[in-house]
Design a protein around this ligand. Structure first.
Ligand code: FUB
Length: 321
């Protein structure tokens, strides 16, 4: 376990000393964090935020309580995915079919002649090592103007898996086969549906709560201070996704460039956390991004309240009772 350098202790009014996670959650430049809950453990899979040519592997972090985090180095690397050369970005990891599926973007392709895009690797446990499942990208071309990066895999209540993805201001969704290794056509025979909301740039995320689909995404440029997260609410996984407003953005007293997030549920009823990256106030370099966590609340009408970024982070929320 990492020492608690990154936790904070605080005294309650009754004198009891408690710990909070602190923000950032762990040391190092890490962006695009994908949170997941596997059994009694929380996991975070971030991008290693460095020069694109150095982004040839990914680390992961696990915790039993959201406060103490264990680092798992190099759960995915180009040693196990031969076509990955650089720019390994934005994991999406899910448990299905008795295995763990690790989706990623790689190579930052700019046209359909270049090799790269969204790939998938499989392991028997969440710490990997994840190995390439296909020997090639699952999505290796630019469709509807969407760069094939920033995938998020969503399982609807009927068991159907959808993947939302896309950079360059365009978001597509696709339907995944039950083995998660190929695309299947929608009822109208098409493989790709563009679902881009207003202001969308990249980093899509989907959450279902009380029968409503909460679609979220990042806006602005990730290298600058204005990067932020907005959302829409829909009755269907296919949209339409009408923009409601921003839920996460820079705070001049805390950090800039807050975006590319995910959301996980804690141990309590309707207890939600947003996991995201942000840039410390004394940093301006694009890749100076750290992974943080804060509470995410819904109001009584089901709208998401703006997130208050903190340095303290969150209290323990152990999954194991
Ligand atoms: O970290 C690399 C890229 O930066 C991601 O793919 C984008 O979403 C942005 O966060």
């Amino acid at each position: 376990m990492l020492s608690c350098t990154y936790c904070l202790t605080y005294a309650q009014s009754n004198g009891d000393v408690k710990e909070k996670s602190g923000n950032p959650l762990f040391e190092g430049w890490y962006a695009d964090p994908e949170g997941a809950v596997f059994g009694d453990e929380y996991w975070i899979y971030p991008t290693y935020s460095a020069d694109f040519d150095e982004q040839t592997y990914m680390d992961a972090f696990s915790s039993s309580d959201l406060v103490h985090w264990t680092k798992h180095p190099r759960v995915l690397s180009n040693e196990n995915v031969s076509w990955v050369k650089r720019a390994l970005w934005a994991p999406a990891v899910i448990q299905a079919n008795g295995k763990y599926y690790f989706f990623f973007g790689a190579n930052d392709i700019k046209n359909n002649e270049q090799e790269g895009g969204i790939g998938v690797a499989i392991a028997d446990n969440p710490a990997g090592p994840f190995k390439d499942a296909l020997g090639k990208p699952l999505i290796g071309e630019i469709v509807n103007g969407a760069q094939p990066i920033d995938q998020f895999v969503f399982r609807d209540d009927d068991g159907q898996y959808y993947m939302y993805y896309g950079g360059w201001g365009h978001c597509n969704m696709v339907k995944l086969a039950s083995d998660l290794l190929s695309l299947v056509p929608f009822d109208d025979g098409t493989l790709y549906k563009e679902v881009t909301p207003e202001n969308y740039v990249e980093g899509p995320f989907m959450l279902k709560r009380n029968g409503k689909y909460y679609f979220m995404w990042s806006e602005g440029g990730w290298g600058g201070p204005d990067y932020c997260v907005a959302y829409a609410i829909s009755d269907s996984p296919f949209g339409p996704f009408k923009r409601e407003g921003k839920i996460l953005q820079q705070d001049p007293s805390i950090a800039t460039g807050a975006g590319h997030h995910s959301v996980i549920k804690g141990s309590g009823k309707d207890e939600w956390y947003i996991i995201y990256h942000r840039r410390p106030l004394d940093e301006t370099a694009a890749n100076s991004r750290v992974t943080c966590i804060d509470r995410l609340y819904f109001d009584e009408d089901g709208f998401i309240k703006p997130v208050k970024m903190t340095f303290e982070g969150v209290e323990p929320s152990p999954l194991k009772k």
